[in-house]
Design a protein around this ligand. Sequence first.
Ligand code: KG4
Ligand code: ZN
Length: 352
Amino acid sequence: MIDPDSSAPLVLGIESTCDETGVALVRGRTLLADVVASSMDSHARFGGIVPEVASRAHLEAFVPTLDAALDRAGVALSDVDAVAVAAGPGLVGSLTVGSAAAKALAIGLGVPLYGVNHVIGHVAVDELVHGAFPDQFMALVVSGGHSSLLLVGDIATDVVELGQTLDDAAGEAFDKVGRILGLPYPGGPHVDKLSQQGDREAIRFPRGLSRPKDLERHPYDFSFSGLKTAVARFVEAREDAGEEVPAADVAASFSEAVVDVLVTKTLVACERHGVSTLVIGGGFSANSRLRELAAQRCADAGIEVRIPPIRYCTDNGAMIAALGSAVLRAGLPPSGLEIGTDSGMPLTQVLV
Ligand code: KG4
Ligand code: ZN
């Protein structure tokens, strides 16, 4: 059988929006190599990402990460047909390092440069795992910076933002609750682990923007800051009373409140738009309860749910190369070498 990807252009993808330096090589929808270097260990002791430290780490990690990706893919730099780089949203200093590297490579190799949207990349990466997308699908992107519900036609040209978080992102809320519970940074995975030993029904925490009036005005928007405050109040009250904080129950009940709202609103959007496929992406899609509840409720609703394996959910170069490949397939013009970085790049903009 002829592999349809064998004649597709070889795309080099570069990711440097936050603390991960990612370089990947994709041909069509086939992933050839994906290498990630993280500077998270340097930030953990500060309890948050330090932008200056992240930028410097990208600078140091870029060339070794690129070399490792080429080596793993078994290709030479001169084989690369196009360079795709995450142009935003993200930290300005970090974005600048990736974009400068991408420009240098595009100039040196004489190949086109595509500046693409990091958040849309979190969706695009799923094509490398589960194959071509259907003509229309719903995407839920949940990360440390975003909780967005997108109605997608062609991933390169037709992305409509139905809703987003009005305050904290899902991962951000988890990180904050992790801090409240005295867990290490980033709190998301720790809260997730702890929640698996707790009772989801133990505490009835509020579901943000879920009252009838809110649902009318914000059917697809999310809000997690009230929930985070409710968790803080609950913990403080126990501490003030000299009682032990039931940390596992808090983690489980909090997780349930976040995931319940995410899945409920997403399924309403699928139903109202007549969409039968859901793609979930972003670092928070590593969350075990989200995976479980989405699988369960989607099965009940007859909706196919696609979630990439965890290593493709956190930031990586494969997602950028995948989106670059989709943009090339759609025949869109390259971004040009004068592109800047856009820390607040809107979700409706797939390509610069
Ligand atoms: O997409 P990502 O790697 O970076 C951003 O672009 O934000 O997402 C990282 C976020 C962090 O907030 C992290 O705590 C959260 O995803 N996260 C999790 C889990 N794994 C990562 N949150 C809850 N449960 C997890 N298992
Ligand atoms: Zn991300």
